[in-house]
Design a protein around this ligand. Structure first.
Ligand SMILES: C[S@@+](CC[C@H](N)C(=O)[O-])C[C@H]1O[C@@H](n2cnc3c(N)ncnc32)[C@H](O)[C@@H]1O
Length: 275
């Protein structure tokens, strides 16, 4: 069963239009950096919410193998980990316990559950069909099951170099601003993270709570920054948001480790379906 995708949607969600398309080699580096920066946060929340041996979980919009493999290591062979993505090329070759399916969240029929935990990180904000996606994520849970949604909120903390002490930091923050302009142009809601508690309550979940996390500096945020800037380079230049020379200067500063690079805050929000 396929619910129809709206033709003409210019919000980038598929492999061709998505601003940070998975087919580019940088996507692999971004997934590794995201895993290093945020998997401990996601796993910490999941554990605290009861995630343990034997649980069945759906990792939607999984991206790379890091988190699905870690989840499989916890649930063991008595549990289930299903990793879905619109583009699963980076998910192959991981833990054999992880089931990998290609499917478009909010468009394709959801997988058959029920699941004890459903998790999606940095996915929903890109989707024009967010409401249908959320309905499917919630609908796949068992009664009393846990939804953990995690989304960035660049509006809460917009700087990639909060310690703006010189020209290199100012340039970095200007390029980050250009990235946000590109995302806005693609219909991305830059204040989406903060709306999650309201959305989860409206979806009928109980015990809804949320927090936010971001690193102020970390080797992985340098990897993420370099991969992201390389991936959007041509669009920054084409839209007059940066010159090639500025981008090269910034990438040199990142590679030399001269910048303390933060990320946007990751808002983690969780709730349970009624028993
Ligand atoms: C920013 S990445 C995040 C990856 C991973 N969740 C993480 O946090 O490391 C977004 C992922 O969502 C996937 N994606 C985008 N639209 C999707 C959709 N409609 N259905 C399923 N996956 C989608 C992309 O292919 C990409 O792998």
């Amino acid at each position: 069963v396929r619910r129809s995708s709206r033709p003409g949607d210019d919000v980038a969600v598929n492999a061709d239009g998505y601003l940070l398309a998975n087919r580019q080699i940088e996507a692999g580096h971004r997934f590794e950096a995201l895993a290093s920066l945020f998997d401990p946060v996601s796993l910490g929340h999941a554990r605290r919410l009861g995630f343990t041996t034997g649980w069945r979980c759906w990792e939607a919009g999984a991206g790379g193998p890091g988190l699905p493999d870690a989840l499989a290591g916890i649930v063991g062979s008595s549990g289930r980990v299903l990793a879905t993505d619109i583009d699963t090329r980076w998910l192959t070759g991981g833990d054999p316990l992880v089931q990998v399916h290609t499917s478009e969240l909010g468009v394709d029929a959801p997988p058959s559950g029920p699941f004890d935990l459903v998790h999606a990180r940095l996915v929903l904000v890109h989707l024009p069909q967010r409401e249908a996606a959320l309905r499917d994520l919630v609908g796949a849970l068992r009664p009393g099951g846990v939804l953990l949604l995690e989304e960035a909120d660049p509006g809460l903390q917009p700087l990639v170099c909060p310690d703006e002490r010189g020209e290199e930091e100012r340039l970095a923050n200007r390029l980050k601003d250009g990235f946000r302009t590109l995302m806005r142009g693609r219909g991305v809601d830059l204040a989406f993270g903060r709306t999650l508690p309201r959305l989860l309550r409206a979806a009928g979940l109980h015990e809804v709570a949320a927090d936010a996390y971001f690193p102020l500096t970390s080797p992985a945020s340098g990897v993420l920054e370099a991969a992201t800037v390389r991936q959007i380079r041509s669009q920054l230049v084409e839209q007059g948001l940066a010159s090639d020379e500025e981008i090269d200067r910034h990438l040199d500063a990142v590679a030399a480790g001269r910048l303390d690079l933060a990320t946007s805050p990751l808002v983690s929000c969780w709730g349970r379906t009624p028993e």
